[in-house]
Design a protein around this ligand. Sequence first.
Ligand code: PBG
Ligand code: ZN
Length: 336
Amino acid sequence: MAQEPNRNTSLLHAGYHHPLHRTWQAGQPITPNMLMYPIFVTDNDDVEEKIDTLPGQSRWGINLLVDFLTPLVANGLKSVIIFGVPVNIQKDAVGSAADDSNTPTIRALHVLRKAFPDLLLACDVCLCPYTSHGHCGVLRDDGTIDNRASVKRLVDISMAYARNGCQMISPSDMMDGRIKGIKDALIQEGIAHKVSLMSYSAKFASNFYGPFRDACHSTPGSGDRKCYQLPHQARGLARRALVRDMGEGADVLMVKPGTPYLDILRDAREIAPDYPLSVYQVSGEYAMIWHAAKAGVFDLKAGVMESMDGFVRAGANFIITYYTPKILEWIKDDRS
Ligand code: PBG
Ligand code: ZN
């Protein structure tokens, strides 16, 4: 039977012709609550070291941190994830400097808590910036990962950060069983009700981490991370890692990197419908978009905001991105 012309369901344009209509077709717009800003904190207290491979980003000395973040907090910044990048340390096989009371992460926790009482302070937990070999765990004599020893170190570091005010422990190392280890320790300490655990669950061995390793001086001295970070094509392993980490007590799950793994993000949303889900738009994605805009491929704001909408559409509740300061500016201007 022929369709009546006025019922023609092939006509879509009218439903998004007017700008207001378009907002009705959209998901959630990006708000400041949905942005977490990664910050690099060094132990050269009074310097800002620009990171060449991450244009517009710097390693910050403790004494410059508050002035740097004050305008961002005024623009609505709600959370940061702290990466310690000490340069004046002795690196060793087990990353002893990571939980030294003077380590930049712990000092930053104190400074930021005092200056910004409402800012959520998350900490990346990993060994790679602190180990002589640059790997994310403790190694055996044959160069493979000693998982048990690695988890023990990660637990100790996590507890040091939690005791000093970290509100969200975020282990990025990809050792087996670290979520359970850290959760158990938080329970033991009596702080599991107020310190959350975000697992970098679906973290892939990616080519997009290059600028970050530059920023953190954390490139492995030899070998690669393919025996602990997930293989690119391993959708199944990612699903298993997400399920495992839920079972071990993660409060928040993460997929990383973002853009090449949007399918995994959608999988995570479906596997874990009741969990907050984050996505890490990593250093290589940041740099790629920046260079593309610079080369005239697109306007920076338009390109970045489209990538954000992709993450939210795929299922992310929040996004860890180096573009946070810029996005806060842009969405403020859009509203005013
Ligand atoms: C270290 C760590 C990495 C990132 C976050 N934590 C790099 C890696 O695993 O080699 C990547 C972040 C980025 O590229 O922006 N465990
Ligand atoms: Zn690491």
